[in-house]
Write a protein that binds this ligand. Structure first.
Ligand SMILES: [Zn+2]
Length: 106
């Protein structure tokens, strides 16, 4: 999951002809700031300054500026410490449901 920091318009590749290396379907979509979007990073470009994103429906956006969105993921709690191994938040923390897992430095 990701969440855009500001309203962002992206060109999504909805159809791709792998045989001829041709984009056969494109559409423009506007994502609202703060709205969770089902998308994952599939490629890092230029040392992580840009990324390629794949959305839940299979469409792909190329060369998206990395700092225009926040990458969200589920907390992964260690059975030993009861704290998330990514961001360090405690499973007993009350505010946990409000906060996505955002490791420092990402
Ligand atoms: Zn976490």
């Amino acid at each position: 999951m990701i969440r855009f920091n500001q309203d962002t318009e992206l060109t999504l590749i909805t159809d791709y002809d792998e045989e001829n290396d041709n984009i056969t379907g494109e559409e423009t979509e506007v994502f609202k700031a703060g709205e969770p979007v089902d998308a994952e990073i599939i490629a890092w470009i230029n040392g992580g300054e840009y990324v390629d994103l794949q959305f839940g429906d299979g469409s792909v956006a190329l060369t998206v500026q990395r700092d225009c969105f926040t990458h969200l993921r589920d907390h992964l709690f260690s059975p030993e410490t009861n704290c998330c191994v990514h961001c360090g938040i405690s499973a007993e923390d009350d505010c946990i449901e409000n906060g996505p897992c955002v490791p420092s430095g990402l």
